[in-house]
Design a protein around this ligand. Structure first.
Ligand code: ADP
Ligand code: MG
Length: 634
């Protein structure tokens, strides 16, 4: 080995130290995955080399077969991995093996609880990667040289996985990376051919390039040492090119972990070969858990793109819409050019048609999951439901399909869980019901007791309860499902259509006539606070309610706009009163106009409170109420 120069000791980034600590302490029950992670990296490194060599063939340096070699030394208690991929230079090593580049990492680390069980789940979401080497090793040496760099620009990285690492420059004849794991005491089992072979078969069979182990050979006569021979232990063909029927579930699952850098099995996958005008293979996965950065704008997303089996880029985001950003997978096209760029992808009409086909595949896969594995789908909805709700606005063409995948809380189920599909809802609809009724609000607790639901309770009509921040916005994009219109029960003049009998309607008209005088008095008393006053047919227990005008913004949207500092158009509610309520009867009989006005304002404010709104002048409300209380007790 040549002399090392430019030796320096550098500290790990804080997040790396945290990750290392966590990994060593929470993944000991699943130690063997370190090999999968290192092989996954070696495979990525070879993919990158192949791609860069398309433009610069000299990077292949004469062109030995691309492969990964895993060897061991029982005496020294070491395991060594070697690849002839892209390699790293000094700078690469310092950033890739000393920091974590993912955005949002610091925030993620803040979520760690110190509870090892919980944290090991979190770490799974985060991805374990290179640092998993320290689960089994108490010292790791990395020797690497970047493809195309001179032999003298090799680099040696070394660390005990504590606070710091060393880097030095040295000669390295072969391109690529060699990693030497100095196994901890007690981890000797990994310095063994059978053990390594089994781990590779179990986790890395799908890796598309050969993974070799040394072959046991006897020394020839007269020779002291046997000649070195190697044998390939994995299948070494691209998984997605193989026929579906030949691929086992475990293989699909391990392949997922490799490409998604995930730790857990996926919920579902869809593997397809498309032939005809366009030719491509796709293998798409639904993860079991949301990544920690699902809501970060800059978070990487998209599929791994191959062109004719050659890796071209990670995170090709043009193949799926934004609301499906959680989908992981591979697409391998025969139509694109090998030097396709992100910019070209954005404009290429081929991509548009692939995008709509892949989108449909994902939606079909989710439909299937919902139908065949409702429990799994529940988990999916918990993790990704909020993102799916972005769908109808973004993907007009698939609106109906997406709507079918949505799940809602509803008056039919006291758990408050989002578990009712629109199909469930319609299957339970009352005879003559041709609308889908819903109510939006701030929380389940608040909407579930809303006075707006009174008439629906009385008539036994189900109402969907929507309390996610995005819901009102979502509903502004959904106008109907299966030919049935959506109706916001807090909006406009509630018309129950056929659900009200002719007699009901007649009775309503009569009451309205009877109360014309009261309506006029209320209008005068409430003045500018309301856009209209009318007799309500939706109340059984409450005295009054505020309805939103047909075209006005709802409470949720108003609050979102206000919070983001935007100007919210002024709108006034409609005041509806329950003519049969004793308070309203009392009001009707009130002789003093002064007291009538106070009383009306109190009812108005109460209706606002019941709807989850805040009062414009809470002090006035309290003053009026107290005045009334004093008079009462006098
Ligand atoms: P990830 O694979 O998710 O990027 P890792 O922690 O596994 O994260 O690896 C960190 C980075 O280190 C890789 O992205 C890559 O840039 C670099 N790296 C690791 N192993 C190798 C290797 N064998 N050859 C070249 N680069 C590597
Ligand atoms: Mg990795």
């Amino acid at each position: 080995m040549s002399v090392e120069t430019q030796k320096e000791t550098l500290g790990f980034q804080t997040e790396v130290k945290q990750l290392l600590h966590l990994m060593i302490h929470s993944l000991y029950s699943n130690k063997e995955i370190f090999l999968r992670e290192l092989i996954s990296n070696a495979s990525d490194a070879v993919d990158k080399l192949r791609f860069e060599a398309l433009a610069k063939p000299e990077l292949l340096e004469g062109g030995a077969e691309l492969k990964i070699r895993v060897s061991f030394d029982k005496d020294a208690n070491t395991v060594t991995l070697e690849d002839n991929g892209i390699g790293m230079n000094r700078e690469d090593v310092i950033t890739h093996l000393g920091t974590i580049a993912k955005s949002g990492t610091a925030d993620f680390m803040k979520n760690l609880t110190g509870d090892q069980k919980k944290d090991s789940h979190l770490i799974g979401q985060f991805g374990v990667g290179f640092y998993s080497a320290f689960i089994v090793a108490d010292k790791v040496d990395v020797f690497s040289r970047r493809a195309g760099a001179p032999i003298s620009e090799g680099v040696h990285w070394s660390s005990k996985g504590e606070g710091d690492f060393e880097v030095a420059t040295l000669d390295k004849a072969e391109r690529g990376t060699r990693i030497v794991l100095h196994l901890k005491k007690g981890e000797e089992e990994f310095a063994d051919g059978w053990r390594l072979r089994n781990i590779i078969k179990k986790y890395s069979d799908h890796i598309a390039l050969p993974i070799e182990l040394p072959k046991q050979v006897e020394a020839a006569e007269g020779e002291e040492k046997p000649v070195e021979e190697w044998e390939t232990v994995n299948r070494a063909s691209a998984l997605w090119t193989r026929p579906r029927t030949e691929i086992k579930d475990e293989e699909y699952q391990e392949f997922y972990k490799h490409i998604a850098h995930d730790f857990e099995n996926p919920l579902a996958w869809s593997h397809n070969k498309v032939e005809g005008k366009l030719e491509y293979n796709s293998l798409l996965y639904v993860p079991a858990r949301a990544p920690f950065d699902l809501y970060q704008r800059e978070a990487p997303r998209g599929l791994k793109l191959y062109v004719q089996r050659v890796f071209v880029m990670d995170q090709a985001e043009s193949f799926l819409p934004l609301y499906l950003r959680f989908i992981k997978g591979v697409v391998d096209s025969n139509d694109l050019s090998l030097n396709v760029s992100r910019e070209i992808l954005q404009k290429d009409p081929i991509i548009d048609s692939m995008k709509s086909a892949l989108t449909k595949r994902v939606l079909d896969m989710l439909e299937k999951l919902a139908k065949n594995e409702p429990e799994q789908y529940k988990g999916f909805w918990k993790n990704f439901g909020q993102v799916m709700k972005e769908g109808p606005a973004e993907d007009f063409a698939n609106k109906e399909k997406i709507a079918g995948l949505l799940r809602f809380a509803s008056t039919s189920d006291d758990s408050g869980e989002q578990s009712v599909s629109l199909a469930d809802y319609l299957a339970r609809a009352k005879e003559g019901q041709d609308k889908i009724y819903f109510l939006t609000g701030e929380s389940y607790a608040q909407v579930k007791n809303s006075p707006h639901l009174e008439v629906f309770r009385k008539k036994g009509i189900e109402v969907l309860l929507l309390t996610d921040r995005i819901d009102e916005w979502l509903m502004s994009y959904l106008s109907e499902f299966d030919g049935k219109q959506f109706v916001d029960v807090a909006r406009g003049d509630l018309d129950l259509g056929k659900l009200d009998s002719e007699e009901d309607k007649k009775a309503q008209e009569e009451v309205a006539k009877e109360k014309e005088g009261l309506v006029e008095r209320l209008k005068a008393a409430l003045g500018e606070s309301v856009s209209e006053v009318r007799v309500s047919h939706r109340l059984t227990d409450s005295p009054a309610i505020l309805a939103i005008g047909e075209q006005d913004l709802g409470l949720q949207m108003r609050q979102i706009l206000e919070a983001s500092g935007q100007k919210v158009p002024d709108s006034k509610p409609i005041f509806e009163f329950n003519p049969a309520h004793p308070l309203i009867e009392k009001l009707d009989n009130e002789q003093s106009e002064d007291r009538f006005a106070d009383f009306s304002h109190i009812l108005f404010d109460q209706a606002a409170l019941a709807a989850g709104d805040s009062l414009k002048d809470p002090a006035a409300y309290v003053r009026r109420l107290n005045k009334l209380l004093v008079e009462l007790s006098a």
